[in-house]
Design a protein around this ligand. Structure first.
Ligand code: DAH
Length: 344
């Protein structure tokens, strides 16, 4: 029996030594120490031993069991360690790998151009104002010297909501709203950017919704030369010092006299091309001295106050500045178009 025990011990220790997995170890544990394991089986035969041999064999059996258990524990520890190492290796993150670039958006080109124009006028002491896009007939037309039935209303094809409510066709109603709010006794210096709407068929130069920036300067002794100087400063800042401008007489019901401002065509330098329709000049805004009736309707005494106003289209300015040939690009939101201006 002693030999048997020694043999089991030897065999078990070798098997444990060679075992390469935790699972294999568990199997060995069962095979030697389990209820039907070889050591247990041998011990079952102890009853047949003599009284003298029994304690001796018993002690040896305990030693063998102890040795096998110890070997199992040791090996278990080693295998656990190996497994952990393997796991750590598989799960390591290579921090030196360059990360995937995150795509960040940027301001829309129209937002950028509006902010650029706002900055120029803030620098000249103007405030930024806002007005409603759903406007009353009164502010959109009547308060601007365009009474019902006035033929000049046809210049701006209008989306009517009811007889008295409409989508504003221009930002000019904010002139009247701003003056009203100041109750006729304070100077005004404001610009108002915003969306406007017209019943136009969309094409390369027309959109049923586009943007405008209105400007208004009212005070005592405001003159046409102030308007000219302001527009000149603005044009040079936005298009560059060397871009020539000109003012042409024009007509708007809310200004008298009225002008339009052109800039020299960049494409042909004034010689005439398809972009400027052979004229050499491109119109960028309408302006004029605020009509006395408009001042009076808004509560300002035209004998005391004078002012100038202007209205421009940021869409058109962006088109000219960046050579965009179709206004619809601004509203399609195709990122391939938009991202070209993210560093503009
Ligand atoms: N509201 C005009 C338009 O949409 C533009 C304009 C012209 C505005 C002359 C003005 C102005 O303030 O003085 O066509």
């Amino acid at each position: 029996m002693k030999e048997q025990l020694e043999a089991i011990k030897k065999e078990a220790l070798e098997a444990i030594d060679q075992s390469q997995s935790v699972k294999g170890l568990q199997e060995l544990n069962v095979a030697y120490l389990g209820r039907k394991g070889s050591l247990t089986t041998v011990l079952r035969g102890m009853g047949q031993l003599s009284k003298e041999d029994r304690p001796v064999v018993g002690q040896l059996a305990n030693e063998v069991r102890g040795a096998i258990e110890e070997a199992l524990d040791e090996k278990q520890e080693i295998l656990d360690h190996v497994e952990l190492e393997k796991q750590l290796e598989n799960e390591t993150i290579d921090v030196t790998l360059p990360g995937r670039p995150v795509k960040v958006g940027g301001p829309h080109i129209l937002t950028s151009i509006i902010e650029e124009i706002e900055d120029i006028f803030i620098g000249l002491g103007y405030e930024i104002k806002e007005g409603p896009e759903v406007e009353t007939d009164y502010y959109n037309f009547e308060a601007l010297n365009l009474p019902k039935g006035h033929p000049a209303r046809d210049m701006q094809d209008t989306f009517y909501i009811t007889n008295e409510l409409l989508m504003r066709t221009h930002t000019s109603p904010v002139q009247a709203r701003t003056m009203r709010a100041l109750e006729g006794n304070r100077p005004v210096r404001m610009i108002c950017p915003g969306k406007v709407y017209r019943r136009d068929n969309d094409d390369a130069t027309h959109s049923h919704q586009f943007t405008q920036i209105e400007g208004l300067y009212v005070d005592k002794n405001v003159r046409m030369s102030d308007l000219k100087g302001t527009l000149n400063t603005f044009a040079k800042k936005i298009f560059g010092e060397d871009r020539e401008i000109r003012l042409r007489p024009s007509f708007f019901p809310f200004t008298e006299p009225s002008v339009e401002m052109d800039i020299l065509c960049k494409v042909c330098s004034g010689k005439g091309c398809s972009v400027c329709k052979k004229s050499g000049w491109i119109e960028i805004l309408g302006a004029g001295m605020v009509h006395p009736k408009v001042l009076a309707m808004a509560g300002y005494d035209p004998e005391v106050y004078t002012g100038f106003a202007f209205g421009m289209g940021p869409d058109r300015i962006a088109m000219l500045k960046y050579g965009v040939d179709d206004i619809r690009h601004f509203y399609k939101n195709d990122v391939r178009f938009l991202k070209q201006f993210h560093n503009a």
